[in-house]
Each structure stands twice: as structure tokens, then as C-alpha cells.
Design a protein around this ligand. Structure first.
Ligand SMILES: *[C@@H]1O[C@H](CO)[C@@H](O)[C@H](O)[C@H]1NC(C)=O
Ligand SMILES: *[C@@H]1O[C@H](CO)[C@@H](O)[C@H](O)[C@H]1NC(C)=O
Ligand SMILES: *[C@@H]1O[C@H](CO)[C@@H](O)[C@H](O)[C@H]1NC(C)=O
Length: 175
């Protein structure tokens, strides 16, 4: 299964006539629960695969591939739920369809290390700190009633990326 997410980089339809403005150079940055030295860390990654220009009907738009996926599930959580410490159940994309989540580390609860992810165009987290690489994992809480789409990567592959920095994506990373 191949799934793409549609990125509203060029929402104004007037821009669609200009190929120059559409060149797909803005690589997606995403906050990640990754693992280093056997424990979870929160990092900002930039995907190696750039968005591409896709046409449906009369409309051109930027489309970001999420790579090959395997399975997928829609998960509904009640408000104010604390999942406690857990490893990622699979190497997976987590798409916040409704509500919001707070994802953080038990051993380092700084603001820069805490991902607040709400439904919307930036409502994406990549969770790859599975038990084999991070036995303890991270903590997730829901704030409101929350619907999360889990999209595990095929064969537990980690999407090609560069690590932009530790801590969540912020500021310049999310233009
Ligand atoms: C905790 O995170 C902050 C940045 O969010 C970092 O500067 C600090 O080194 C971290 N501390 C530990 C013990 O990992
Ligand atoms: C996953 O593994 C299967 C079986 O080894 C292989 O056929 C398939 O191409 C792999 N897919 C990816 C995306 O790595
Ligand atoms: C990703 O982050 C880099 C570095 O902060 C930034 O230059 C780039 O514009 C960001 N990409 C997007 C799509 O926001």
C-alpha cells in the first residue's frame, strides 16, 4: 500500500500556473520518537524523499510519499488518557485526525523535548522507538478525545531521513 498526504504548500490557486513556484524542494520535517543508546529520544527529522507534484483532474498539488506501508488502524482514545511509558508498537506514522496528543520522555521533560501534536496539516508524528531499540519508550497523553491513524511502515523500515536536530521540530522547521 502506498499512501500520500497532501500538503497545502501552495494553497493559492493563482500560484498553480507557475512551474517555478511548484518545484518540489521543501522536504518534509517531522518530529520523531527515535532511539539512541537503548533509550527513546525526540528528534526533528527531514525526509530524504521530496514531495512530488501530482495532478488530479485540473489541479496540481504537492504530495509527500510516506513510503511503503503495511496494515493500518484507526484508534480512538478518550480525553485525558495517559498511556504511560511504552515503546512504539511498530515503526509507524501517527496521523492525528482529531484531537491532540502530548508525547514526551520520562527522563527529560523539557518543553523543547515535548511534542504537542494536534489535528491539522502538521498533525504527523513518526514513532520508531520500538521495544527492540528502546525497552522503556516514551509517554503519550491525549488531551481531548483523539483519533489517531496508525500507519506501520512495510517490514518495519525506517524512512530515509537526515536528523535535523534533537528536540521537536519548531520554528524554521515548520514553515
Ligand atoms: C534534556 O533536553 C534538553 C533539550 O530539550 C537538553 O539540552 C539536555 O541535554 C537534555 N538532558 C538530558 C539528561 O538528556
Ligand atoms: C518486505 O519483505 C518482503 C518479504 O521479504 C519483500 O518481498 C518486500 O519487498 C519487502 N518490502 C519492503 C518495502 O521492504
Ligand atoms: C525543514 O526544515 C528546514 C530547516 O529548518 C527548513 O529550511 C525547511 O524549510 C523545512 N521544510 C518545511 C517543509 O517546512
Amino acid at each position: 500500500m502506498q499512501v500520500t498526504t497532501l500538503l497545502p504548500f501552495f494553497a493559492a490557486s493563482q500560484l498553480l500556473a507557475s512551474a517555478a513556484t511548484l518545484s518540489p524542494t521543501q522536504h518534509l520535517n517531522v518530529s520523531v520518537t527515535a532511539a539512541e543508546n537503548g533509550q527513546s529520544v525526540i528528534q526533528c527529522w527531514q525526509l530524504t524523499t521530496p514531495p512530488s507534484l501530482v495532478t488530479i483532474g485540473d489541479v496540481n498539488f504537492q504530495s509527500q510519499s510516506l513510503g511503503d506501508l503495511q496494515g493500518g488502524s484507526l484508534n480512538i482514545f478518550r480525553p485525558g488518557l495517559n498511556l504511560g511509558l511504552h515503546a512504539a508498537p511498530a515503526k509507524q506514522w501517527v496521523i492525528v485526525l482529531a484531537g491532540s496528543i502530548k508525547v514526551y520522555l520520562q527522563y527529560n521533560q523539557t518543553e523543547a523535548n515535548t511534542a504537542f501534536i494536534s489535528a491539522g496539516v502538521a498533525g504527523v508524528l513518526l514513532a520508531v522507538d520500538t521495544k527492540d531499540v528502546s525497552p522503556i519508550g516514551h509517554i503519550t497523553e491525549t488531551i481531548e478525545q483523539t483519533a489517531l491513524l496508525f500507519l506501520p511502515t512495510a517490514n518495519a523500515t525506517v524512512p530515509e531521513h537526515t536528523v535535523l536536530h534533537n528536540n521537536v521540530c519548531a520554528g524554521q522547521d515548520l514553515l
